[in-house]
Design a protein around this ligand. Sequence first.
Ligand code: NAD
Length: 497
Amino acid sequence: MGDILNHWIGGATVEGESTRTSPVYNPALGTVAKEVRLATVGDIATAVAAAKAAFPAWAETSLAKRQAVIFNFRQLLNERKEDLARILTAEHGKVLSDALGEIARGLEVVEFASAIPHLMKGEYSENVSTGVDVYTTREPLGVVGIISPFNFPAMVPLWFFPIAIAAGNAVVLKPSEKDPSAANWMAELFAEAGLPDGIFNVVHGDKVAVDALIEHPDVASISFVGSTPIARYIYENAAKQGKRVQALGGAKNHMLVLPDADLDLAADAAVNAGFGSAGERCMAISVLVALEPIADELVAKIAERMKGLKVGDGLRSCDMGPLITREHRDKVSGYIDLAATDGATVVVDGRGVGVDGEADGFWLGPTLFDKVPVSSKVYVDEIFGPLLSVIRVQTFEEGIELINSGPYGNGTAIFTNDGGAARKFQREIQVGMIGVNVPIPVPVAYHSFGGWKHSMFGDTKAYGVDGVRFFTQEKAITRRWLDPSHGGINLGFPENR
Ligand code: NAD
């Protein structure tokens, strides 16, 4: 066994009181690289106390000084992003170029957060009544909790903590225990950038830590990203404690290809969005809906491209890495037998794929199914692996109905050269993020990220202006400077005069 990864609390490495640990694998090698500590309720209390103690001074720190720390963090993160990318590849398995892409999207949010003096501005109405002005201010919440999934160990925490911290809050981050090292690395970098101790704390753990965080009375809000059942659990239970909650869940994203589309562009997009990061992206395309008569041609083009994909160790310039754990790989590959049993055509079977990597890595090659019945669990479940299902429809309306019939509403895309069809799709589809000839429509940092239906619980999305709103509370001040004409008793409700 290698090292043990500890918590980061109050600006220092902290072992905490727990004796429980969890293995962290290198999925390309199939070996345990280190263990991570699993926090107790007491460890969470220690982190929340450190955050609570640090919060008042940070909230009082001027916008210009907070902004300077964000700038420093942005500079350091950009300079050392290759180091972070190697950590992501070693623990998650995604290929190095993809890890750098993840960091680039996270850096965007840091850059957005550096505009915090502008973003915190309130509104002002003069003379709403004679001699009376109304204005609003935005204040931080206090201690905020963030709970993140395994699939973006840098980007998803970066969706939240730069804005939370820039707005004057103190953070307790509980990252995924499957690939936890990136969180410590980022927290230490932020400290180097000049962030005061206790403003950014990282506590590792499992359900025990999560429950302690959502139940702690000094935690004002919870930002969660993960699977739908846990997102719903977090939303309900954190709200029960009176906390502000945003809980982003799972997905099953469809890409609808119309017959007039550029089929080569659509085939490229389907391969990139279906198999990038081994399909372990919440915005991955897992279902391609082909409007006849193009399905045969499109399936052939996709299968042809899949032959060229190189699967292997993310450090060896491959296209696709391993899955996160052996259990997850086995669960995902189980769907290949199920697809055949349920009557789908297995066009490309990723089991036994040739791999540029160690034999024990958690490998599964890109897999393509055609004519998947919508009753099959292959279609219904969020599989979260490199399995792409094709479903054939006879009309455009049938395609829209199919996409709208599912429980998720995270992302979707349409491929067409018909502007009218794209507009109809955009208006009728019940999904939060839509791509038109763009397969993974993750909004840039100055818009906001969030799905509909069971892909998100809560009403305030991640990052962008929604992120600033989530991590601040507004005060409205109605102000009058006294003058003698305003005297006298009047028990009526204040009216504007
Ligand atoms: P997960 O739900 O298993 O875990 C997410 C977090 O919750 C982790 O920190 C984990 O430790 C914690 N957790 C797990 N089980 C728990 C329990 N029973 N009680 C309390 N906490 C628990 O998700 P994952 O497997 O790490 O990530 C993949 C999932 O995340 C997929 O469903 C994917 O679609 C989703 N995801 C969604 C988005 C989005 O923006 N909507 C982004 C990325 C990932």
